[in-house]
Design a protein around this ligand. Structure first.
Ligand SMILES: *Cc1c(COP(=O)(O)O)cnc(C)c1O
Length: 364
């Protein structure tokens, strides 16, 4: 039996007719940049999860850039973040000339450690970029307590966590703002690039909206140096259709994760921990094993696709060499990167395929 790590074709075949009809309507009405499809999506996204407002954007990286500007980050400022993430979590900090300060992660849920944040605070600390990694909410109460004490601006990178909740609240609504990606491989993926920005502060939303389209409150008036971060109409049209199905897809991811957690019995394997405070949306199902590379070869032979997410933590990437983090400086993140392997988890997997993955892992 073959179990690919991810197969996007299945999902897109299932909704092909509906999506192509919607795209044709967008085309025929030339709603190419923002417009009704994007506005409908923004409203539906807000209503589905409980955000006051949502701004559609052209990627998941652009709202992180805007978040840094809304937080007032700039040269001379330090912003604390996690090294165990996709690179673009850090880009927003670097784009505005601030300095990313990497701190270690929790050894069980792999999100940023609040204790490590507390130790890294200096008079220059201006904010925190939290990442809800693999769809698992970070420990927001502890993080927000530190932020309140030191007057820090908290960005939640929710690129992998659309629909996840922390003590009942949707991720992105707890900190000062939240950012999403609709890259095709995300839990809610467009047919191309896309992203979104949310904030509980109306003034932050207004500023983000201004920056999204050329710093322009009205045509040919520019009150700020802005960007072109508009979501395109085609993505809005696709995302409207997919958003209606997301709850079913998320439930399926949770069922697969439960099947994995009940069935995986391999000695020396560390399974993802599910903290009681939150509900994960299982963007990845990742386990740790001391012989991770051999395990991958074995799974490959069994027809099971896997990925290493992430093989190199950000504090050790060449682009941040000048920050001077030595090998061993953030041991939990480095150890996690060295031993992690992600199993297939996408809604279209069959129970038999999930069973095959479990048997293949257990037979290692
Ligand atoms: C995918 C991702 C992003 C960036 O999204 P793009 O849409 O590719 O720009 C940011 N942060 C995390 C954690 C991601 O997984």
């Amino acid at each position: 039996m073959k179990v690919p790590f991810l197969d996007l074709k299945l999902q897109h075949q299932a909704i092909r007719t509906e999506v192509l009809a919607a795209l044709a309507d967008t085309y025929d009405n030339t709603r190419f940049c923002l417009g009704k499809d994007v506005e409908d999506f923004e409203r539906a996204f807000s209503a589905t999860f409980g955000y006051a407002r949502t701004l559609g954007m052209n990627s998941g990286t652009s709202p992180l850039h805007i978040a840094s500007l809304c937080g007032g980050f700039g040269p001379g400022d330090e912003v604390i973040t996690t090294p165990f993430t996709f690179a673009s979590s850090c880009w927003g900090i670097s784009y505005v000339g601030a300095k990313p300060v990497f701190v270690d992660i929790d050894p069980d849920a792999w999100c940023i450690s609040p204790e490590a944040i507390a130790q890294a605070i200096t008079p220059r600390t201006k904010g925190i970029v939290v990442v809800h990694i693999f769809g698992q909410p970070a420990r927001m109460d502890e993080i927000m307590a530190i932020a309140r004490q030191h007057k820090l601006f908290v960005v939640e990178d929710c690129a992998q966590a659309v629909g996840a909740t922390y003590r009942g609240a949707p991720v992105g609504s707890i900190g000062d703002c939240g950012t999403f990606s609709f890259y095709p491989t995300k839990n809610l993926g467009g047919c191309g690039e896309g992203g979104a920005f949310v904030s509980k502060h109306p003034a932050v939303m207004d500023k983000a909206q201004l920056l999204r389209v050329h710093g322009s409150p009205k045509r040919y008036l520019h009150t700020e140096v802005g960007f072109n971060f508009r979501m395109d109409g085609f993505q809005g049209a696709v995302l409207n259709i997919k958003l209606k199905r997301l709850a079913v897809w998320t439930a399926r991811r949770r069922a697969i994760a439960a099947q994995y957690r009940a069935g995986l019995k391999l000695a020396a394997v560390q399974l993802p921990v599910v903290p009681a405070y939150g509900e994960s949306v299982w963007h990845q199902f990742t386990l740790l094993h001391p012989r991770r590379d051999d395990l991958r070869v074995h799974l490959e032979k069994c027809g099971v696709g896997t990925e290493i997410i992430y093989p190199g933590p950000m504090h050790r990437q060449p682009c941040y060499a000048s920050l001077g983090y030595a090998a061993g400086s953030l041991p939990v993140a480095e150890q996690t990167s060295a031993t992690c392997v992600s199993l297939p988890i996408f809604p279209e997997l069959t129970d038999a395929q999930v069973d095959h993955v479990i048997k293949s892992v257990n037979s290692f």
